[in-house]
Design a protein around this ligand. Structure first.
Ligand SMILES: Cc1ncc(COP(=O)(O)O)c(C=O)c1O
Length: 422
């Protein structure tokens, strides 16, 4: 059987569908691409240089400036950014990496690419981010100090890195996680696939002194269709990532083929092919300039949803920490299942019958067959994720939604809640 194209692994979006007018299907996510983006892409198509070149350089410069970080490296996905970040931070076969169980498989699969082992940790109950208290407890209980490095009591694997995920766009408690990492000599690579733009305590995600990976996938808050960015203040990390992103050759293609370039290059590593195109970068540069405007619209939608659900009790809105600037990539509600006669699957179907697309973020990774078979996780190790997972439903939240679309979603959630009240 031919499988579905793997372009939309988690989002129940129908590409090309219009945002719903009254009575039409309202997709879960739709990119906000304006005429300016179209013109930028056409300009690059006509320029004679379509792959990695001056647009990518400009995109990297502008992105670094926006994050207040020294280096930004454009890549063809967040998965590539996570992979190369771990590689550059020295994750090697037999090493171990801690991350949240409530994430997309990309966060963890890159650990496996490197022959290292993924250790999932439960989330804290409020924002569903990696729980710093559990991270500390796990390190203290499961890893013993030997020869100045942390080795797992049973596997003997050396603990190398922590990968926090800013779930839905709500920043993690990076102050605590960075303090733990410093204490135990670990790298922090934060998965900011959802967190653009986001900040906490005045610190911007992507400019917090760790290595950060962003996603520009079709449904993300900044999209280049497919794409990603790695940010870091560390020149050595940036240089290693650049090298490994383009075959491990000592000069990139743009420099080789430009008029003043040299034909000579050296292969110094068996690298990867993870570069971003100038077509994508041109789109990304316009989207980057619009980030403030797009976020304001998503925040207004979140505010309207939260006010409505708090008043009606139809769903538990996502919490926001004081001092946090939420990117609002996702709006995950928690269903009051104890007051409903239906489960989450039926709730989603009822919304679909009312022409509203939704999604679920995420099926915890410790439940997935690959990780189950490889590591034999027990549900009891993840009480928060296990408790919250059956209740999570992500509602549409994107700048192209009209006020009427937002009200339609609220009315549908409340109507289904009312109709199936226990
Ligand atoms: C938390 C998280 N990390 C990483 C990724 C991978 O991003 P990309 O598709 O750009 O590789 C995703 C994609 O949805 C994600 O949700």
């Amino acid at each position: 059987m031919k499988s579905q194209p793997a372009v939309l692994p988690v989002e129940s979006r129908t590409p090309g569908e219009p945002v719903g007018d009254r009575g039409d299907f309202l997709p879960f996510a739709v990119p906000d691409i304006g005429e300016e983006e179209v013109s930028a892409v056409v300009r690059v198509l006509r320029s004679g240089w379509i792959t990695t070149g001056p647009e990518v350089q400009a995109f990297e410069r502008e992105f670094a400036e926006a994050m207040g970080v020294r280096h930004a490296v454009a890549l063809n996905s967040c998965t590539a950014a996570l992979h190369l970040a771990l590689e550059a931070h020295g994750v090697r076969p037999g090493d171990e990496v801690l991350t949240s169980t409530l994430t997309f498989t990309a966060t963890a699969e890159v650990v496996e690419y490197l022959g290292a082992r993924t250790r999932f940790v439960d989330v804290e109950p409020r924002y569903l981010n990696l729980d710093p208290a559990l991270v500390r407890r796990l390190i203290e209980q499961d890893y013993v100090l030997r020869d100045g490095i942390r080795r797992h009591r049973v596997s003997g694997g050396r603990l190398r890195a922590i990968v926090p995920v800013h779930f839905g766009g709500h920043p993690c408690d990076m102050t605590q996680l960075q303090a733990i990492a410093e204490e135990f000599g670990l790298a922090v690579i934060d998965d900011a696939a959802h967190a653009l733009p986001a900040a906490i305590g005045g610190r911007v995600v992507g400019g917090m002194g760790c290595t950060t990976a962003f996603s520009f996938y079709a449904t993300k808050t900044l999209t280049t269709a497919e794409g990603g960015m790695l940010t870091t203040d560390d020149a050595e990390i940036a240089a290693r990532v650049r090298l490994m992103a383009l075959h491990g050759i000592s000069r990139d293609a743009w420099k080789r083929y430009a008029a003043d370039g040299s034909w000579y290059y050296e292969v110094v590593e068996a690298g990867y092919k993870y570069n971003l195109t100038d077509i994508a970068a041109a789109l990304g540069r316009v989207q980057l300039r619009r980030q403030g405007e797009l976020r304001v619209r998503r925040a207004a939608i979140a505010e309207r949803y939260s006010a409505a659900f708090a008043a009606s009790g139809a769903a538990e809105p996502p919490a926001v920490a004081g001092g946090a600037e939420h990117a609002w990539h996702l709006y995950p509600i928690r269903l009051p299942l104890d007051r409903l006669t239906i489960d989450r699957a039926r709730f989603i179907q009822e919304l679909r019958d009312r022409l509203i697309g939704t999604s679920v973020h995420f099926i915890p990774l410790h439940r997935q067959p690959f990780y189950q078979q490889r590591y034999g996780y027990q549900s009891a190790e993840f009480p928060v994720a296990e408790q919250v997972y059956p209740r999570l439903v992500s509602l549409p939240i994107y700048s192209k939604m009209s006020d009427a679309d937002v009200e339609r979603v609220i009315a549908a959630v409340e109507e289904v809640g009312h109709r199936f009240r226990r």
